[in-house]
Structures are given as C-alpha cells and as structure tokens.
Design a protein around this ligand. Structure first.
Ligand code: C5P
Length: 403
C-alpha cells in the first residue's frame, strides 16, 4: 500500500542538536515513502551531521544560507515555504523553538517557517532540564496556539548521560505521525460543513443594538480546522473581528438571529455536518425604531422583547438522516444534566459544554475547556487548550460519531 506521504513535498529542517544524526534516517524514510525532501540546516546543525550526507540521501542540495557564496544565487525562503506540503523540524532545539515562537528570522530555516503555508511539525530534542524549563514550555505553548504540531520528545537516556524527557521521537514514529496527519487532513474532503459563529445583534434603532460578548473565535477555529481537513465550509457569522483565511471557508455575514436563521437554513439543505457555535441573542426588540431614539424627548423607554427563533432546534426539526448536528452549551449550574437536556430538546447528536466556572474557558479567550456529550450517553472531558486544538478535538468527536 502506498504511503500517504507519497508525492508530498517535505521541507526537513535540521537544527544543532546531537539527535541530528537521526535526521539522516528520517530523510531516508521520507524518500522511501515516496516524498520529495528538501533539507534546510541551521548553521550549527552542520556541526552534527554533514550536508553531504543529507544531500546524498535526498538527491537535493542542502540549503543553509540565504545565498550560495561563490555564485551569489539567492535561495528564496518564500518559494521554499510555498513548495512545502509539510514542514518538519527534527530535531528542534530549544533555541530554534524560541525563534519560531517569536519570529526571530535570522536564518534560512526560521525565515522559511514564517513564509510557509504548510502544516508544521516540530520534534523537540534537548537535555531534560532545558525540556522542563518554563521558557521551553512557554514557547511550545505559543507554537501550539499558532497551529504547530508538536511530536513529543520521549523519555530515556540523553547525550548528557542523564536520563529523562528530551530524546527526539524515533524517525519511524515521526513518519507515522505525519502519515496519520495526512490521512486526517483529507478526512472531511467532499463534505459540506455549516458553522454558525459569533454573537447576533438585535436592533433597537439605527444606532443601537442588544448583543453579547461572543468573540466568534471558537466558531472561526472550527471553520479553519474543518477546511484544513478538506471540507467545504459555510460559516454564518455574526458581527466579529475574526477573519477566515482558508480559501474553502465561505463566510456569510449576518447581523440578527433572524438573518442567521435564514442563512443557516439555506446552507443546511446540503450540509453533512452543522455546528452551532454562535451565541444567538435569546430576545429581540419587538419593534425597531426607524429613527434614533432621543434622550431629550424620551426620558424613559421600555423595550418589549420577543423570543428569537432557536436556530439549532429549527435545523434539528428539519434534519435528514445522516446529517450530523452539533450544539454548544454554556451553563452555570447542573452543567451536564442541562446540556444533555438541551441536546435532546434540540435533536442534536452532540453537544459541547463549556463551563463559565473554568478560568480561560468561554467568551473572548484564546483557550477553552470543554466536555463533549453524545446522544448515546458517552461523555468526554478535555483539558484547557487553545481554541484551535479544541476545534481539532471537536472534529475528531464528530468524525467518530459519523462512523
Ligand atoms: O439554549 P441555548 O442558547 O443555551 O443553546 C445553545 C445552543 O443552541 C448553541 O449551539 C447555540 O448556537 C444554539 N442556539 C441557536 N439559536 C438560538 C439559541 C441558541 O442556534 N436562538
């Protein structure tokens, strides 16, 4: 059976750590799997393994410098970044992780990293104390939040003869991680995914509205993640400052719950999956003033509010067999019971519960802590993670319930 890496363009970044000797085997496995491999070495990596070894294994000259000194030929980090389908840094030293996390583009490897649109992997390798240092943890957390995948270092004997966490993952395990990633990357191809995101604004008059604090970040992270898996995404978005950058995400901008309902219903007809991540206003003013209400003339006003349609429940009523419908719940008490009840009432397959009690979860933050409940009664609680990682977990849960 051919490897999912067959035909892929892989940039293999090698940095200056003793584990660089394993990069030769890694390059060999990539080539055997049918990939084209371009090696970029940092200057210090050349102290650990020779460019000649790497260029012989990959059949391509190794790049280290921005220019070839004797010919003046410029190596375009932009072209390299765009050429790559996968960008792998193995081994990744503490220094290179720090440069990647902060954008210190003082060598060809980090410059190419900043230019790439490929999926990026790092396989850290360093001594146990460097691995355990707060700054390494901070840089890895930043990289994860930026969408970089970390292939964890293993425990064992280190070059210092100390024993602990810091050994680079074995080349075969790095290849397996990439193969699994590619298989997942195409797991939603051909699917149409509808996502609602952000708040809704309910007009009072031409300049005022009732809204809420939803930032849209969770819905946008889900849209990007589904698109990365090959789905065509319709993102029905209330007013937010997020932007969707993946070309497979079509954003339909709406303002009110009614507009969101219309756009969601239109997209739902041929959707395979619908994820209701929007914080839809529960009520809207019964009448909208067509002129700005003036305080001078109206010392006191009272608004009559009318309940908005429930978009999730409306789609739940209309769903066809095979369509998967997912909701969110933000509860303050009896969380799981209330979320499970909501899932039943709205005819959802799955509900994602985020608790307001957890610091770093919910509105506005870049992180979230969720518990996923399925209609069949299974439940899974996740750790606090970046919203882009939470999006991956949610999509994994959806794909598991589709089988
Ligand atoms: O009932 P509650 O607002 O807590 O339900 C939350 C879930 O229902 C979310 O998935 C939200 O997007 C969806 N919802 C909706 N339309 C509404 C209210 C909530 O789609 N009017």
């Amino acid at each position: 059976m051919s490897s999912p890496l067959s035909g892929k363009h892989i940039v293999l970044g090698i940095t200056g750590g003793i584990a660089a000797y394993k990069s030769a085997l890694l390059a060999r496995l990539f080539v055997k799997a049918g990939a084209e491999v371009q090696v970029i070495m940092t200057p210090s990596a050349r102290e650990f393994i020779t460019p000649l070894t790497m260029s012989t294994l990959t059949g391509k000259p190794v790049i280290t410098e921005f220019f070839t000194a004797n010919t003046g030929e410029w190596h375009s980090h932009v072209d390299l970044g765009l050429w790559a389908d996968l960008f792998v840094v193995a081994p990744a030293t503490a220094c290179t992780l720090a440069k990647m996390a902060t954008g210190v583009a003082d060598n060809m490897l980090v410059t190419s990293y900043l230019s790439t649109r490929a999926d990026v992997f790092v396989a850290p390798a360093m001594d146990l104390d460097m691995m355990a240092h707060a700054s390494t943890a901070r840089n890895l957390a930043t990289l994860r939040a930026d969408g970089v995948r970390v292939i964890e270092a293993a425990e064992g004997e280190l070059a210092s003869h100390l024993s602990g966490k810091g050994r680079m993952a074995e080349p075969a395990d790095i290849v397996a991680a990439l193969e699994a990633h590619i298989a997942q990357a195409e797991s939603m191809s051909g699917k149409h995914v509808l996502i609602t995101a952000g708040p809704t604004y309910e007009r009072i008059d031409p300049v005022r509205f009732i809204g809420n604090y939803s930032s849209g970040k969770m819905g946008y992270a889900l849209a990007e993640a589904a698109a990365r898996r090959g789905a065509r995404v319709t993102l029905v978005s209330g007013p937010v400052s997020c932007v969707a950058s993946h070309p497979s995400v079509r954003v339909v901008h709406v303002e009110s719950a009614r507009e969101m309902l219309d756009a969601a219903q239109a997209a739902f007809t041929d959707a395979d999956v619908a994820i209701m991540a929007a914080a839809v206003a529960d009520y809207a003013p019964a009448t909208v003033e067509d002129k700005k209400v003036k305080r001078e003339h109206t010392p006191e006003i009272s608004l009559t509010l009318r309940a908005n349609p429930d978009i999730a429940a409306t789609l739940g009523e209309a769903r066809r067999p095979g369509q998967i419908l997912v909701g969110f719940a933000l509860e303050t008490d009896n969380e799981q019971a209330n979320a499970a009840d909501k899932m039943r009432r709205k005819h959802l397959d799955m509900i994602v519960l985020n608790s307001l009690r957890d610091a770093g979860a919910g509105f506005g933050t870049d992180t979230n802590k969720v518990t996923v409940l399925h209609a069949d009664g299974t439940t899974r609680a996740y750790e606090l993670k970046s919203k882009s990682e939470v999006a991956e977990d949610i999509l994994n849960e959806i794909e598991a319930c589709a089988h």
